[in-house]
Design a protein around this ligand. Structure first.
Ligand code: ITT
Length: 188
């Protein structure tokens, strides 16, 4: 089985490859631009992206729209996570959180998969906290400032440990369940 992972983010491709390595699925990184519509729901972005890509004739692909939702900021940056990361970055988020004691946040990851004529859309969530300073060199994006256990940041965890608890890892597990239900897995 071969799937194109359509993203501008090589970090996501690495996570997909690692997670699907034991499934005999080959993940091919592809840069194919599609519109990310402006809405408050990740699922809506993914649905619209899948329709656009399918109507261009593309088949057997995966897209992923994710965001970090900070409780004290009423869910910001959320669907604006990409823009905020590119503009003010982790330092900007830490500045916004400087005098805030309520540090709760969650990552959400919505994955859309077109496979064998089927469309599957799943969402995974990971609760955690925003750290007081950036820590670690692994991962990408907000990984240095987000911790799922209040101790280590995602950027301080080996990839397998991040996948075991992360929003994307949780979405992977839901996706695998759905692919199994559809009889599309190489394993039981
Ligand atoms: P594509 O849309 O091209 O896939 P992107 O990096 O813009 O790539 P998103 O819109 O899904 O991806 O992500 C929004 C932001 O959240 C972006 O800055 C990411 O780096 C960040 N992000 C997504 N998943 C993350 C993760 O697992 N750890 C840390 N940051 C993450």
């Amino acid at each position: 089985m071969r799937l194109k992972v359509i993203t501008s983010n090589p970090g996501k491709v690495e996570e997909f490859r690692r997670e699907f390595a034991d499934w005999g699925v080959e993940m091919e990184h592809a840069h194919i631009p599609y519109d990310e519509i402006q809405t408050s729901e990740l699922e809506e972005v993914v649905k619209a992206g899948m329709e656009e890509l399918r109507s261009s004739g593309l088949r057997d692909f995966i897209i992923d729209d994710s965001g970090m939702f900070v409780d004290a900021l009423k869910g910001f940056p959320g669907v604006y996570s990409s823009y905020v990361q590119k503009t003010v970055g982790n330092a900007g988020v830490l500045r916004l959180m400087e005098d805030v004691s309520e540090r709760g946040a969650e990552f959400r990851c919505c994955i859309g998969c077109d496979i064998d004529g089927e469309t599957v859309i799943v969402t995974g969530v990971c609760r955690g906290t925003i750290l007081r300073e950036a820590r670690g060199d692994g991962g990408f994006g907000y990984d240095p400032i987000f911790s799922p256990d209040g101790e280590r940041s995602f950027a301080e965890m080996p990839l397998d440990e991040k996948n075991a608890v992360s929003h994307r890892g949780n979405a992977f597990r839901l996706l695998k369940d759905r692919l199994r239900d559809l009889g599309l897995s190489d394993t039981d």
